[in-house]
Design a protein around this ligand. Structure first.
Ligand SMILES: O=C(O)CCC(=O)C(=O)O
Ligand SMILES: [Fe+2]
Length: 188
């Protein structure tokens, strides 16, 4: 839990940087809660797999978070999808580094200006693997939708409708991992 507490400095700073990219520079208490009012840490353990070629580690998905801060050990196996090239790129473990993934909630808040990253984890036959993601989320009771500031700056029409965040998360967990299809739930 010390890790969760310490990570708040980093996640608060990250939130500010990400919002600056959207021209949102005023982050009052309500907005901060909407964007990051619920944080969750997971401990993922992937045992060494006797038949990795027959096994899915974690299927392709995007996180439902605003963003995710992922600590991985030195084993590797995380891949992100490069949509433009229709390919997967390995995210090599770098000692002392964290992986930051944009999640669906931020894609919705930003009306698509930020895109959540599709990723998966391959099983491996060499060694056990551990990863520790911190999911920075809206609260379950929050209604998420494109931020008015973003719509005002871009002049774009909202492409996502207001959705209760707990409904969005329920929709995600109700089905198998299916790449980037979860966000269709919030499409207008
Ligand atoms: O283990 C990893 O590197 C990523 C795990 C993951 O995608 C998740 O927990 O959502
Ligand atoms: Fe994930």
């Amino acid at each position: 839990m010390e890790y969760m507490t310490q990570s708040e400095k980093v996640t608060n700073q990250l939130l500010r940087v990400l919002m600056k990219g959207l021209n949102v520079t005023e982050i009052d208490g309500d907005k901060e809660k909407l964007l990051s009012g619920s944080r969750r840490v997971n401990l993922n353990y992937y045992p060494k797999c006797p038949s990795p070629e027959l096994t899915v580690g974690v299927g392709r998905h995007s996180d439902v978070s605003t963003f995710t801060v992922l600590l991985q050990d030195d084993i590797g196996g995380l891949y992100v999808r490069v949509e433009a090239k229709d390919s997967w790129v390995h995210v090599p473990p770098v000692k002392g580094s964290l992986v930051i993934n944009i999640g669906d909630a931020l894609q919705i808040f930003s009306n698509g200006r930020y895109r959540s990253i599709e990723h998966r984890v391959a099983a491996n036959g060499v060694s056990d693997r551990i990863s520790v993601p911190i999911f920075v989320n809206p609260r379950p009771t929050d209604i998420i939708s494109p931020l008015p500031e973003v719509l005002a700056t871009t002049g774009d029409e909202p492409i996502y409708k207001p959705v209760l965040y707990s409904d969005y998360v329920k929709h995600f967990f109700r089905k198998a991992h299916d790449g980037k299809l979860t966000i269709d739930f919030a499409k207008k």
